[in-house]
Design a protein around this ligand. Structure first.
Ligand SMILES: [Zn+2]
Ligand SMILES: [Zn+2]
Length: 319
């Protein structure tokens, strides 16, 4: 399996602002010594030493993931604003000619997970086919509602691709393109559902949006069973630990809680996801560093090889 991230923000889209770019350029120039800017090679060498936040951006689009089976079958997870760019890429792969086919799965229908759908080009092309799966009840009605003319000028049926809907029970386990898919309800206002993809013994879990509090940690056995031995766990880490204490019942977790869960469940790679829209790239670097330090603190005997990475737009992970 492979997963590519097209949207990694929580709550609302959050583009990079001009003053952030100016600040990045300013810091890059201030850090440079004369030897770093002698020629193309020295500049490239210098740039390769800089932290992620100075050279890149984690991205401002909301949740959308592209999962590919080992035979390249496409599963799209959620339709936040990141799906617009995914749609543009798919248009070069047969979807522009109305010959595309994809499965879509929805974790839930908070707006940051569906808001990109009206801007998903392949949905408008007759002939393209989409099988839409969800555990949330009445997924078809929920998506249609977003296209009421109170919210958007084009009605749902104005997007002329063929769409079919499958409603799953919470305990359903189903097969798709050789992948075994199961789900679990997460603690989140209005409910959201995590998806677990298994293929040839490899496990990818998408677990956003999900709130786990410190006081819950002794009572999460069924969750640990579900997360157990995942090769990759993508988890909701919207807040810092301090902010999570202030935003109780808002439905999101912190990187330290996610690290605790990953350590307890024997996860191999934890991907920090659903970044808060108020966090700039520099703050997200800090979130990552603090998570790495926290892991070292909690795993003092070095018994685990847990890897912790930040989700960013364009990140691809082979599982
Ligand atoms: Zn969300
Ligand atoms: Zn949500």
């Amino acid at each position: 399996m492979k997963v590519r991230f097209w949207g990694v923000r929580g709550s609302i889209g959050s583009p990079v602002r001009g003053h952030s770019i100016r600040e990045k350029v300013r810091r890059i120039l201030l850090c440079a010594s004369p030897g770093d800017v002698l020629d193309d090679d020295s500049v490239d060498r210098y740039l390769s030493t800089l932290p992620f936040s100075l050279l890149h951006t984690y991205g401002g689009n909301t949740t959308c993931l592209e999962v590919r089976s080992q035979h390249d079958d496409l599963v799209i997870v959620d339709a936040g604003t990141g799906i617009r760019d995914l749609g543009n890429r798919l248009m070069s792969e047969g979807f522009a000619r109305g010959q595309g086919y994809a499965t879509m799965v929805f974790t839930h229908t908070h707006w940051d997970h569906i808001q990109g759908l009206p801007f998903f080009g392949p949905f408008y092309i007759p002939g393209n086919e989409f099988d839409i799966h969800a555990v949330s009840d009445d997924i078809e009605g929920r998506l249609r509602y977003q296209h009421s003319d109170r919210h958007f000028p084009v009605p749902f049926d104005g997007m002329q691709s063929v769409k079919s809907f499958t409603q799953h029970a919470v305990d359903d386990v189903w097969e798709l393109h050789g992948m075994r898919i199961s789900h679990k309800a997460m603690r989140h206002p209005g409910n959201s559902y995590s998806y677990r993809f298994e293929e040839d013994g490899r496990v990818l879990i998408f677990g956003s949006d999900a709130e786990f509090k410190l006081e819950d940690m002794d009572d999460i056995g069924t969750y640990l069973d579900y997360f157990r031995n995942a090769d990759v766990l993508i988890f909701d880490t919207q807040y810092t630990f301090e902010e999570q204490l202030q935003k109780i019942d808002w439905g999101h977790s912190s990187a330290s809680i996610a690290t605790d869960i990953a350590l307890k469940a024997g996860v191999k790679k934890l991907v920090l996801f659903h970044h808060d829209p108020s966090y700039d790239d520099e703050k997200l670097d800090e979130v990552h560093l603090r998570a790495l330090r926290y892991k070292e603190m909690m795993d003092i005997a070095g018994r685990t090889d847990l890897e912790i990475v930040m989700a960013y737009e364009g990140l691809e992970i082979e599982i």
